[in-house]
Design a protein around this ligand. Structure first.
Ligand SMILES: Nc1ncnc2c1ncn2[C@@H]1O[C@H](COP(=O)(O)OP(=O)(O)OP(=O)(O)O)[C@@H](O)[C@H]1O
Ligand SMILES: [Mg+2]
Length: 225
């Protein structure tokens, strides 16, 4: 692996799900290369397969056919513990619905990311505090997540996703529940993270956000253009 090795290389990826009358072919042969430092956006009609691509890229699901290379390695060749390490340390995820613990503080929500590590680093609180400051949440780190505005909730979710400094951030419609001003703040956070070296793949329905990306792909009926 060199620095020019793409983070993600997806080749002829297919995904079929069982359906009452047989099978539904959701992805019909996707190709996608995501290089280090890119900010890739995927748009396309509802049901075209965008979330399926992200879930496969984040290794939350397995393809029916085709290959996914992460940092140059075919993930179907990796042992479970290696996949687990990549999911824990190298990939962060952000969703439309934030997925926070409502009755825990902003800080606790970010610290939650450390929970599944074999060893919690001594500087976990410092890392969490630094990323919360970077997200503009330093002054409300003790506030319960349920009391936040939608934009603050999403910035907390982003802080949780990136506190371990992953190589890849996968974001599925992260601004789908936000108003215009919060969308802008969240996109500025993504832009700053991308500028500091984080590679991002994001799905959006908002065409106005395309100015933030370095590469745009359109998903239509299980194919990527
Ligand atoms: N686990 C599953 N079992 C069966 N069908 C599924 C499953 N997951 C997704 N599908 C189907 O695959 C198709 C693509 O779904 P996907 O969620 O990837 O679309 P999408 O492009 O993200 O849509 P949206 O913009 O509405 O979020 C849909 O028809 C969906 O019903
Ligand atoms: Mg979706």
């Amino acid at each position: 692996m060199t620095n020019s090795t793409p983070i993600l290389q997806i080749h002829n990826l297919k995904k079929t799900f069982p359906a009452p009358d047989g099978y539904v072919e959701v992805l019909r042969g996707i190709n996608l290369t995501v290089k280090r430092g890119e900010f890739v956006m995927i748009t396309g009609p509802s049901g075209s397969g965008k979330s399926t691509i992200l879930n496969l890229s984040a290794m939350l699901d397995t393809p029916t056919a085709g290959t996914i290379r992460f940092n140059g390695k075919d993930i179907s060749d990796l042992k479970d513990y290696e996949l687990c390490r990549i999911r824990k340390h190298e990939i962060g995820m952000v969703f439309q619905k934030f997925c926070l613990l409502p009755h825990r503080s902003v800080m606790d929500n970010v610290l939650f990311r450390f929970r599944y590590l074999e060893q919690i680093p001594d500087n976990a609180i410092t890392l969490a505090r630094d990323i919360l400051n970077q997200m503009g949440l330093g002054s409300i780190s003790t506030r319960y997540a349920r009391l936040l505005s939608a934009g603050e909730m999403q910035r907390t979710a982003i802080a949780r996703a990136v506190v371990l400094r992953p190589t890849l951030l996968v974001a599925d419609e992260p601004t789908g529940n936000l108003d215009g001003a919060s969308t802008h703040t969240v996109m500025e956070c993504f832009r700053n993270l991308n500028k500091s070296g984080l590679t991002i793949i994001m799905v959006t329905h908002n065409q106005n956000l395309l100015e933030f990306c370095t590469k745009h792909k359109i998903c239509r009926e299980g194919l990527l253009e």
